[in-house]
Ligand binder design. Structure first.
Ligand SMILES: *Cc1c(COP(=O)(O)O)cnc(C)c1O
Length: 240
């Protein structure tokens, strides 16, 4: 017989319980950890259901899919925020500047150049306020997304800080897909270390405050290591 699936609210309640337990264990305030719903491949009615259940941050990995599902979303739900979490190609930069509140996957200098070029042209700004960006650091994940090392990260930070169209907000990473929790943990620790270095070199703290790390399979480790933005897809949206 077909098993009755769980609702998104039920999935969220389970995640919330684990989140609270983990925060309690490491002495963190659960209110400082945002639970983002990653909605790639998730249809719009399920996204609305998640909004109804309290999710306010949404992450999409592809611009085209995000545009299809989220056009008009901000009029419907002005309190919701949409982030790009997947690799951004140059030819989608303009569209992204109009669609997203934050680009988490800023992973190369050419992309920053293109963002700067597109957001302020012929004396006209494409947006009414700067777009938030997170710098993505490669910390061991197989596909090698993100800046390769701290030097590359510092150069990127300098560029982002030099342009008023961009608002640095923090860092993002993906841990390797492995069951070896020590490998995952060191990946997250590297991101925290990068954050401390950026604060020291460039200040102020608020520019680097967001630590976007932790997915369905590793979010508890991410909380333990200091994440304040969890990107969760399957645990929220799968109905089993
Ligand atoms: C898909 C995706 C997630 C969410 O993954 P789940 O394992 O479904 O929670 C998080 N971050 C990025 C960058 C993703 O592409």
């Amino acid at each position: 017989m077909h098993k009755q699936g769980l609702t998104i609210a039920e999935n969220l309640a389970k995640i919330q319980e684990r989140l609270l337990k983990t925060c309690d264990r490491v002495g963190r305030d659960p209110n400082e950890v945002i639970l983002m719903g990653v909605t790639k491949f998730v249809p719009k009615d399920r996204i609305k259901e998640a909004f109804g259940a309290g999710i306010r941050y949404f992450g999409e990995s592809r611009v085209k899919e995000a545009a299809e599902k989220f056009s008009g979303f901000n009029e419907e739900f002005p309190e919701a925020f949409l982030h790009l979490i997947g690799s951004l190609q140059r030819n989608k930069v303009k569209q992204s500047l109009l669609l997203f509140d934050c680009i988490q996957s800023v992973d190369r200098i050419e992309l920053i150049e293109e963002l700067i070029k597109q957001c302020f042209r012929d004396g006209v700004s494409l947006r009414d306020k700067p777009i938030k960006v997170l710098l993505e650091l490669h910390t061991g994940e197989e596909t090698k997304c993100g800046f390769a090392d701290f030097d590359a990260l510092f150069r990127a930070a300098q560029m982002v800080l030099s342009n008023p169209c961009l608002k640095p907000a923090g860092l993002m990473t993906m841990a390797p897909f492995t069951t070896d929790t020590s490998v995952i943990r060191s990946s997250f620790r590297l991101l925290v270390k990068a954050q401390k270095e950026l604060e020291k070199r460039f200040g102020p703290k608020e520019n680097w405050a967001v630590l976007s790390m932790g997915m369905s399979s590793d979010f508890e480790i991410a909380i333990e290591e200091g994440s304040n933005l969890l990107r969760i897809g399957s645990l929220i949206f799968s109905n089993n």
